[in-house]
Each structure stands twice: as C-alpha cells, then as structure tokens.
Design a protein around this ligand. Structure first.
Ligand code: ACO
Length: 189
C-alpha cells in the first residue's frame, strides 16, 4: 500500500470513498477546491492488490447509501484507492485578521473497511499534519468528529494527541453533537 499526495486524478475516487464511508458528503467542486488551493495538503492510500472492499455499511453511509458506487474505485488501471485525507487551510475571511488564519483543517478522513486497523489513517493524518505545518505554516490543526465515532476519536485523541476543545451541539444534520478538536503543531517535530 502506498501513501502519496492526492492529485486531481484521485478526486473522483476520493469522493466515492467518502460516499462509501461517511454521511458527510461534499460537492465534487469542493474536492477540487481543496486540491487546487492547497495541492500539498491532501493524501491518498492506494494499492495494486485485488482484495475486495467487504460488506457495504448502509448505516455508516446513511441517507447517501443509494448514491454510493460500492465497487472498488481505480485512480488508474491497476491502482485502487483505499483511503484518503482531505485537508485545507482556514480560508474564513473573518479569521484572516488573526493568527487563526494560519490554522489547518481536516475536512474528511476515511479508509475502506477491508483496509482498516492497519495504521493507514494514522499515516495519512501524519502526512497531512506534516504538510500543513511545513508547507502551509499552520500553527494548529482543527477538525470535527461525531461523539459516537469511537474509532476516529481514539485515533485523534489517543494516537495523534488532539485535544477536545468543545462539544458543538447538533453540529451534524441528523442532530448528533460533534467534538471540536485541535492539535497544536510543534514546528520542531
Ligand atoms: N476502535 C477503537 N480504536 C480504533 C478503531 C476502532 N474501531 N479503529 C482504529 N482504532 C485505533 C487503532 O487501534 C489505532 O490506535 P493505536 O495507535 O492505539 O494502535 C488508531 O486508531 C489508528 O488506527 P488506524 O489503523 O490508523 O485507523 P484506520 O486506518 O482503521 O482508520 C478510521 C480509522 C479512519 C476512523 C476508519 O475507521 C474509518 O474510515 N471510519 C469511517 C469513516 C470515519 O469515521 N472517518 C472519520 C470521520 S471524522 C473526519 O473525517 C474529520
């Protein structure tokens, strides 16, 4: 399995993986916006093996289940996308006045079911954190995660040492609360 920087050619498969794994989905142009604006911040995990993706998780994909193409998605012949991290810098004009302008944000992260618990999400995240710090000079990185998402919470809080800043009530469309999390980037790392 290879971890490499995401390119424009990977965008359709990233969107496909997102529809497969998460109920928070984005227009295709939002993926393009990330990769065109911060071309060094997002990463993909790909493989040339021919292992399937396992059972489709209807519950995880929620209302979007019917829109998901559950077949493996090939970024080019023989190379299948198995995970991605979509990352950006804060582009909120209101934040541009302060140090907040230099914060990175993880928009979305997911790994296809058959490829979980192999350390891929941790590797994708570490690459994104490094790029946000080194290339885009982010002072800290923020993200949101569902209160019920134990796997992601473990990854962010325990493995990657993000701190929980706040609970944002009814952050998600279905009413679930989010943990707002933050990791200060140590530029010496
Ligand atoms: N339960 C408990 N801990 C878990 C679980 C789990 N189900 N899955 C992973 N972990 C832990 C691992 O044990 C590891 O901890 P360690 O460092 O103590 O060994 C750590 O999390 C990292 O594990 P990875 O193998 O790198 O994680 P993986 O590649 O399996 O991906 C992910 C984790 C991304 C959360 C995956 O389960 C997934 O795609 N879930 C569905 C989509 C999702 O929830 N994405 C995050 C949404 S939040 C956002 O996008 C900002």
């Amino acid at each position: 399995i290879t971890i490499r920087r995401a390119t424009i050619e990977d965008m359709l498969c990233m969107q496909n993986a997102n529809l497969h794994n998460l109920p928070e989905n984005y227009l295709f142009k939002y993926y393009m916006y990330h990769v065109l604006s911060w071309p060094e911040a997002s990463f993909v995990a790909t493989t040339t093996d021919d292992v399937g993706f396992g059972e489709f998780d209807e519950l995880a994909a929620g209302a979007n289940a019917s829109r998901c193409k559950c077949d493996p998605c090939y970024v080019r012949p023989g190379e299948k996308l198995v995970g991605y991290v979509l990352a950006k810098m804060n582009d909120d004009p209101a934040a541009a006045q302060s140090q907040d302008a230099l914060n990175g944000h993880i928009t979305s992260l997911s790994v296809m079911r058959t490829y979980r618990r192999m350390g891929l999400a941790e590797k994708l995240m570490r690459q994104a954190l490094f790029a946000l710090s080194e290339v885009y000079k982010a002072n800290f990185v923020s993200l949101h995660v569902r209160n019920s998402n134990r796997a992601a919470l473990h990854l962010y809080r325990d493995t990657l040492e993000f701190e929980v800043l706040d609970v944002e009530k009814s952050y998600y469309l279905d009413g679930e609360d989010a943990y707002a999390m933050k990791k200060v980037l140590d530029t010496d790392e």
